[in-house]
Design a binder for this molecule. Structure first.
Ligand code: DAK
Length: 263
């Protein structure tokens, strides 16, 4: 599959999706969002892919939000189509069974911050900047930002960012728990790939079960969340990986996870 606005590659069980419109700071136009959705479907159906990394082309930007030049031309029906496609893509991203790391290499504004927040965690380069400038356009975040930001950085911090449209540094984003790690720009991808490489070596079933339990549990109360964990734990116990992991420990060797269910 060839794309005009993204670069998609798979190597060593890790897929890398690069937003690739550097002249427009990788702003999200309709075509890019369609390609993002198609690539995410491919990731979902390819069991060889164990981790997805998202990043932006060029040194300046991850994604500078929706493409304002395109947005300005939409009639209401086109805007609805754009919104529906955007939500489908971002929901698909959040619901991918495998971990997603956003390697934010510059501006992550509006839709860019929303994509990063829908990922499982964020590594940011020292020059990364986050924000929701929609308010400056007379808009509000439209790809789930009003919902994901308060859940992840707290209601009041999210309100301040969304009401003011201010742009914050990687350090501020790290301090509020939005970013897991800050790295020099030159080593951002290396760091993300290193972490992805650690995850690739773990059991396929247990990584997926952990992601599902955390995500589904966060949307509910603690007691229901613990029930979700019991089911996910039981599923892991039915996998060859659990047998291999425990046996390898007892035999004092490294486990070799295959990701199959018990036969
Ligand atoms: N759209 C289109 N082009 C953009 C762009 C964007 N978002 N951001 C940057 N560019 C283009 C610039 O126009 C410029 O193009 P040329 O003039 O060279 O042709 C080029 O990228 C380089 O940008 P600058 O010259 O401005 O670079 P600076 O370093 O001076 O400034 C900046 C960088 C990121 C601070 C600045 O470019 C900027 O403020 N960009 C706009 C940020 C922004 O407001 N993004 C949109 C957020 S709103 C919806 C759902 C969701 C959304 C909308 C609708 N529905 C449900 C319907 C989402 C909305 C958003 O994301």
């Amino acid at each position: 599959m060839s794309y005009n606005n993204i670069i998609f590659k798979v190597e060593n069980n890790v897929a890398t999706l690069t937003f690739n419109r550097p002249k427009a700071l990788n702003a999200l136009n309709n075509e890019l969002i369609g390609e993002l959705y198609t690539a995410l479907e491919a990731v979902q159906h390819n069991e060889e892919i164990r981790v997805l990394i998202l990043t932006g082309a060029g040194e300046k930007s991850f994604v500078a939000g929706a493409d304002i030049s395109e947005l300005a031309t939409f009639n209401p029906l086109q805007a609805k189509k754009f919104a529906e496609l955007g939500h489908r893509a971002i929901n698909k991203l959040q619901e991918l069974p495998i971990p997603v790391i956003a390697a934010v290499n510059g501006f992550a504004l509006g839709g860019g911050s929303e994509i990063a927040l829908a990922s499982d965690f964020i590594y940011a380069s020292e020059n990364a900047k986050f924000g929701f400038p929609e308010i400056n356009l007379g808009l509000i975040p439209g790809f789930g930002g009003t919902q994901r930001a308060p859940r992840q950085i707290g209601k009041n911090m999210a309100k301040e960012m969304i009401f003011t449209g201010k742009i914050i540094s990687a350090r501020d984003a790290f301090d509020m728990g939005m970013v897991n790690k800050i790295t020099p720009p030159e080593t951002l991808m290396e760091d993300a790939l290193k972490t992805a490489g650690m995850i690739v070596l773990k059991g396929k079933t247990s990584v997926r079960a952990a992601k599902q339990a955390i995500n589904n549990g966060m949307d509910t109360d603690l007691a229901t969340g613990c029930k979700i964990e019991i089911d996910a734990f039981s599923l892991c116990m039915a996998s060859q990986d659990a047998r291999e992991g425990t046996t390898a420990f007892l035999e004092k060797r490294k486990p070799e996870f295959k990701g199959d269910l018990c036969k």
